[in-house]
Design a binder for this molecule. Sequence first.
Ligand SMILES: Cc1cc2nc3c(=O)[nH]c(=O)nc-3n(C[C@H](O)[C@H](O)[C@H](O)COP(=O)(O)O)c2cc1C
Length: 221
Amino acid sequence: MTFTIFNGSPRYKKSNSQTLTEQFLKGYHNQGKTEPVKICYLARASQLAEHLEAFRQAEEVIIIFPLYTDCMPGMVKEFLELLPAAGNKNPKKLGFIVQSGFPEAIHSVYVERYLEKYARRRHYHYLGTVIKGGVESIRSMPPSMNKKLFKQFRELGDNFARTGQLPRELMQQMRTPLKMNAVGRTVFRVISLLGLPDMYWKKMLKKHGAYHLRSSRPYAP
Ligand SMILES: Cc1cc2nc3c(=O)[nH]c(=O)nc-3n(C[C@H](O)[C@H](O)[C@H](O)COP(=O)(O)O)c2cc1C
């Protein structure tokens, strides 16, 4: 089976999608799978034709991307729109991993509906969508804090190598909390009043010289 992973993060190899893919592949190769897995980076827009060809040749495909404004980065949408529909004979296996900054999985449930419908309408063999929230924090956490998450991704890869499927039970565990409970919401309200959740993103804007653009409305009439 030719297995190809498409990374849909604009951050290319410095992305959380890359970190999670590496963990997935550790688990995958644990199962004695020696054939190399091709990884295509959609951020390399100039290689779009190669990416489309890699998709055509693959028998198993996983597309991993970050949730962007409750949906997907534009490059992922463009890629999906360019993919051909599968033939009826031996349809390609297609699965998705959507990972996001907010801890609540519910934010990704809407794009999941799209992905499922997309796969069905294009006659792919839909493997399901893994949803994982709270992922941006892995960049600032000490490795010990990421142990559980990385183990889950290794288990996904291990399972995929053994069965060719994404394990439902583990996927269900991973998409928690679906919504924060009352205590979580109260704590979040308090830290929001203190401006703590914004601090990280403001730091990023400053780092990239875009702080002065934070209230821009490029599509406003
Ligand atoms: C432009 C932009 C929009 C985002 N929109 C959301 C969002 O709607 N919901 C969410 O939970 N996280 C959102 N995030 C956070 C990313 O999903 C999160 O940081 C993810 O782990 C980034 O993965 P990557 O490093 O692979 O790109 C957004 C981040 C950016 C930069």
